[in-house]
Design a protein around this ligand. Structure first.
Ligand SMILES: [Zn+2]
Length: 97
């Protein structure tokens, strides 16, 4: 069997203790899928960045052992900066860590 491999997208995964499934990360996401997870009450949700020509995907699921924990997995890299809120200056969105 032959499998065509795409270019590897960088993945980034982290866990957060949160009540909301979708953390506000400054980007806009559209849900495009949901999957039932074995041995878990919580389905896994799939999101895609709504920006044109941006193919970043996000996967959100809750830890089956501890449903207060949210696991967020990003796949790919944004080709743009976070969506800026309207009526605000660019500088407000610039934060250095
Ligand atoms: Zn994006």
């Amino acid at each position: 069997m032959k499998m065509r491999r795409k270019m590897r997208e960088p993945r980034f995964c982290f866990q957060t203790r949160s009540d909301v499934d979708v953390l506000d990360d400054g980007y806009k996401w559209r849900k495009y899928g949901q999957k039932v997870v074995k041995n878990s009450l919580h389905p896994r949700s799939y999101y895609r960045c709504t920006h044109n020509n941006c193919r970043v995907k996000k996967r959100v699921e809750r830890l089956s052992e501890d449903c207060r924990m949210v696991i967020t997995t990003y796949e790919g890299r944004h080709t743009h900066s976070p969506s800026e809120p309207q009526n605000s200056s660019e500088h407000e969105y610039f934060n250095s860590f």
